[in-house]
Design a binder for this molecule. Structure first.
Ligand code: 4AD
Ligand code: MG
Length: 430
């Protein structure tokens, strides 16, 4: 079995063969430094002219970027590199020679890199971001499994909208009209009535004409839904979950955070509980901060969220928004029917809303009323009302946007770098 760079520590002082690509190279007359990558990591290979055959040294010196090779050598500790190991190369076998690799070590423009996303993914920084994405996914499964949730997969093709009709992708379902899912929530509510505590993780689609650093057309969402859990309890689960994910990334992605030059001192403070501010108080705060024309009843945009988040060094929950600007399924505050039992969680450092969640309406009559107000009386909703007809219980849930969370923890400023193949307003390629 061939070895991998990730196993270097295990093979310290042993001679191994690795399948790799040449990411970069420096050489002089006597020595060549090969930057090797094999997908599991990056490691330096050192080829010393006096210690290898002339043929091997010449081969090493002339290797072109992204040529694939089998490289054999002894793994040794290298305290100067953050990785900690390097290979003293003794032999190289070329598998496939790459010529004129388009992404060179020099600077390239964003559009060029996005057009070459299929290759750009190989670079060290993109590799680090995807490893952090993977750790968020891994720790998400671990957190919910440890807390007695089960994973349920809602459908992607749906007969109705979950969040609002303006952002739907339409498609044909034989002779019927169907939509790509904007959120699995309505199905997760059904699942919560069957399994108690559930979570989903899957792609969601928004036909939004937004061209911001926080919006993707296709993004991945983690959607927990919990029976017998009220709004306040849901907020506690959210802050525990987010803290758990942040601490997992800090513990398990040290090298990646270093490659990305992420200021980890800001992430170390991310521990539950998180501060909360009501929508009402957020309006007052914004006016104090010079947003003179914001009025009660208006939704917050990115600049508002950033201004609110600046007052805290942890993510902040903005709670109890006006009912009119939130989804039809949110439960009104029993003390004040003009606001709903909901919260958006705003990440620090300007990364914006990472979670939207709420307690759901559990009363059949009120839900019917909301349906009529929103003109949602199609047959697709019959089943959703039935959840309130047969043993309805208080329940809450939320959705965490994976890519915005990756952006925040990695410290990259645009979500296009947080998903392998981003779907953006003007991009369906590669
Ligand atoms: O606030 P949203 O729209 O909430 C829902 O869809 C609920 N049904 C979730 C639930 O309660 N089960 O979306 C939830 C999160 C946002 O906070 C944001 O992080 C992310 O999904 N999100 C996006 N991420 C990238 N691009 C977009 N266009 C996004 N829209 C929402
Ligand atoms: Mg939202």
């Amino acid at each position: 079995m061939k070895k991998t760079i990730s196993q270097a520590a295990k093979h310290n002082e042993k001679t191994v063969t690795i399948g790799a690509w040449l990411a970069n190279k420096r050489s002089s007359g006597k020595i060549a430094f090969l930057q090797l990558r094999d997908g599991t990591g990056f490691m330096q290979g050192v080829v010393v002219k006096s210690e290898v055959s002339e043929e091997t040294f010449n081969l090493a010196k002339n290797l072109t970027q992204e040529t694939s090779i089998y490289v054999t050598g002894k793994i040794v500790e290298d305290t100067r590199s953050t990785f900690g190991y390097e290979m003293q190369v003794s032999q190289i076998e070329v598998i496939h020679e790459a010529t004129d690799y388009p992404i060179t070590p020099k600077e390239h423009g964003t559009e060029f890199l996005m057009d070459h996303r299929h290759l750009w993914l190989r670079s060290k920084k993109q590799h680090a971001v995807m490893k952090i994405r993977n750790e968020i996914i891994r720790s998400t499964y671990q957190f919910f499994n440890e807390n007695d949730f089960i994973k349920i997969d809602p459908p992607i093709l749906t007969g109705s909208s979950a969040e609002g009709t303006t952002e739907l992708f339409h498609t044909k379902y034989f002779d019927e009209e169907a939509y790509l899912s904007q959120s699995g929530q309505l199905y997760m509510e059904a699942a919560a009535m069957a399994f108690g505590k559930v979570f989903s993780f899957g792609p969601t689609f928004r036909a939004e004409k937004s061209k911001t650093r926080r919006h993707l057309i296709e993004f991945w969402m983690i959607e927990p839904e919990m029976a017998f859990v009220d709004h306040e309890e849901s907020l506690q689960i959210q802050e525990n979950y987010v803290s758990y994910v942040v601490q997992s990334v800090l513990n398990n992605c040290k090298l990646e955070l270093e490659i990305l030059e992420r200021d980890t001192s800001k992430l170390e403070q991310i521990k539950a509980p998180f501060p909360r501010i009501s929508y009402d108080d957020a309006i007052t705060l914004l006016k104090e901060k010079g947003f003179d024309d914001i009025e009660w009843g208006e939704d917050f945009g990115a600049p508002h969220e950033t201004a609110i988040a600046e007052s805290y060094d942890k993510p902040v929950f903005i709670t109890n928004y006006p009912a009119e600007i939130k989804a039809f399924y949110m439960k009104p505050d029993p003390n004040r029917s003009d606001v709903v039992l909901c919260a958006d969680l705003i990440a620090p450092e300007g990364y914006g809303e990472i979670i939207g969640g709420s307690q759901r309406i559990d009363d059949l009559e009120l839900m019917k009323e909301r349906y009529e107000q929103h003109g949602l009386n199609g047959p697709a909703y019959k089943w959703y009302l039935e959840l309130r007809q047969y043993g309805s219980v208080p329940h809450s849930g939320f959705g965490l946007g994976l890519e915005r969370t990756v952006a925040w923890l990695s410290g990259v400023d645009h979500v296009r770098e947080t998903i392998p193949f981003p779907r953006l307003l003007n991009r369906l390629y590669p």
